[in-house]
Design a protein around this ligand. Structure first.
Ligand SMILES: [Zn+2]
Length: 546
């Protein structure tokens, strides 16, 4: 039985199944019901939000044998063929690979002929902004005097790169990034249908890592199922995503509340040693601060069953509302500037130190009393003139900074040197600060060649969907950060790649599973149960001890 990736298996086939794009669906459905048809539609939005899925459903709406409809029947031959991707009057083009003007001209010449079987000849052009100027000009001619039987459905992540002349002839719809909560909900539904158990936090992590793309979320879920041997656990998902164990962040926030600088640095160091991604750490920190702020003002917004609720409640009483706002802001800015920092460790610790420097002194007001307005983004100072024995606020601040700078210098001095690469790609991938899709891509690459200047990576054919530009760029940038900007990286696909970390891990998992199953079936007690009581073993219920 061949395994179908979830993104394909659960690709929506009707407007109703499309998650998170209700505003677009409503507008299109109304137009279809009132038979107000346009020649050209343009769907914009970031990757994986459902642009081409929507385009195909619209193609069915236009060609369904029951008539032009917002609810294509899904069973007539037009609907069926479109679902299978072999409807003769639907031409799907990826502009990223068909930018040449003569190909575009061929395509548009084809538009002059009447449809073979359908009502309309539908052209879906994905990543349309990639077309060359001359291709756009060729297209414009057809758009200016479109034959009545032709419909264009264009999709792009970057409408700014399209000529205004083309834009103005399209009915434009902007698809939203999907909120993490909707993604989590959808993943739950999919797993329900697949009969796969999952921990809620694990799905929340996957949804967050997918940053608004349902396709990415489902690809990550595929991977998580493979790692988890049929179940989706939080610990495995964290390991897979290179995500931060939240206990680190709670320790950091505790230390911040206690004004404990050394602990802040010690925790950061230990995160650095474990090669955790500081970018994800700042994102997670901002997320936690947001939850703390909610806990302070609208506690009922935090679900009762959230595992970290008690910790959030504790922290909510330790910080004032203004502190939380300020820390949140610092975390966001720190994340934005992480690329400019000398390295991620420095960027991250500077962020924490900034929080520490702006943290309340003894004169601070706790949230239980009415919070007095504080000067945002300025070191806090006592409301009354300080007694002579205590340093002035300015002195106090510069002293604090000195201590901080010295501590950072000491921490840097004890850092291990940059590790040299011994050719162990899997080990390297584990140590790289990659998250989400980029990590998944790295785990699905085989190192074919490396000589210090040139690196050639091979991705198996069946994983080539991972090779989108954004993901590749992230991986390339991270590798260059490790080996230097001069590194030439070549990533290609080949059917023969069979030694990627992902494949290795799944082979190891299979071996452990087989061992577990054989030790269970050889167990005398189990044998007695089978022989004496006619018991049977359900193989999927056996899990190797981790
Ligand atoms: Zn139909």
């Amino acid at each position: 039985m061949s395994y179908q990736v979830l993104a394909r298996k659960y690709r929506p086939k009707t407007f109703q199944e499309l998650v998170g794009q209700e505003h677009v669906v409503r507008a299109i459905s109304n137009a279809l019901e009132q038979q107000r048809l346009h020649h050209a539609y343009l769907f914009t939005g970031t990757r994986g939000v459902g642009k081409t899925t929507l385009a195909r459903i619209l193609a069915k709406s236009l060609n369904c044998e029951t008539g032009i409809t917002a609810n294509p029947c899904g069973v007539c031959s037009a609907c069926g063929e479109i679902d299978k991707g072999r409807f003769v009057d639907l031409l799907e083009v990826d502009a990223a690979s068909n930018t040449k003007v003569d190909q575009m001209r061929d395509l548009l010449e084809n538009a002059q002929y009447a449809p073979t079987v359908g009502r309309f000849k539908v052209f879906i052009i994905d990543e349309v902004h990639m077309l060359s100027t001359s291709s756009f000009n060729a297209m414009l001619k057809t758009l200016e005097e479109p034959p009545a039987h032709v419909k264009f459905i264009l999709a792009t992540t970057d409408p700014q790169k399209m000529p205004v002349t083309v834009l103005s002839r399209c009915l434009q719809f902007n698809l939203r990034q999907m909120p993490a909560a909707s993604i989590t909900q959808h993943l739950h539904a999919v797993l329900g249908k697949e009969n796969i158990r999952a921990e809620n936090v694990a799905l929340q992590l996957l949804a967050r890592a997918a940053s608004g793309s349902m396709r990415d979320a489902l690809s990550l879920l595929d991977q998580a199922i493979a790692y988890g041997g049929g179940a989706v656990h939080e610990a495995e998902v964290r390991a897979m995503l290179g995500a931060i164990d939240q206990s680190y962040l709670f320790t950091l926030l505790d230390a911040l509340a206690r004004q404990d600088g050394p602990t802040l640095l010690a925790v950061s160091q230990s995160m650095e040693e474990r090669s955790l991604s500081f970018d994800s750490a700042l994102a997670d920190l901002a997320q936690l601060l947001h939850q703390i702020a909610l806990m302070q003002s609208i506690p009922e917004a935090i679900p009762e069953d959230l595992p970290e609720r008690p910790q959030l409640a504790g922290l909510a009483t330790q910080f004032s509302a203004e502190d939380v706002q300020l820390y949140y802001q610092i975390a966001l800015l720190g994340r934005r500037d992480l690329g400019l920092a000398p390295d991620e460790y420095a960027g991250f610790t500077m962020c924490l130190l900034r929080m520490l420097a702006f943290a309340p002194g003894e004169a601070s007001v706790k949230p239980t009393t009415s919070p007095a307005p504080k000067e945002a983004l300025a070191p806090k100072r006592p409301a009354v003139a300080a007694p002579e024995s205590t340093p002035s606020p300015a002195e106090d601040f510069s002293k604090k900074l000195q201590v901080i700078q010295q501590a950072v210098a000491e921490a840097r001095a004890t850092e291990p040197a940059t590790p040299t690469f011994d050719g162990n790609w899997r080990g390297l991938v584990d140590s790289l600060k990659l998250g989400g899709m980029a990590r998944m891509l790295a785990q699905n690459c085989e190192l074919a060649e490396f000589d210090g200047h040139r690196m050639r990576l091979v991705v198996p054919q069946n994983q080539k969907h991972l090779l989108d530009n954004t993901t590749q760029e992230k991986l390339r940038a991270t590798l260059k950060e490790r080996f230097g900007k001069q590194l030439h990286i070549q990533i290609e696909t080949a059917g023969s790649a069979a030694n990627t970390p992902a494949q290795q891990m799944s082979r190891e998992k299979a071996v452990r599973q087989a061992q577990a199953e054989s030790s269970i079936s050889n167990d005398q007690f189990v044998r007695d149960l089978i022989d004496g009581f006619g018991a049977t073993i359900i193989p999927s219920s056996i899990k190797p001890i981790q």
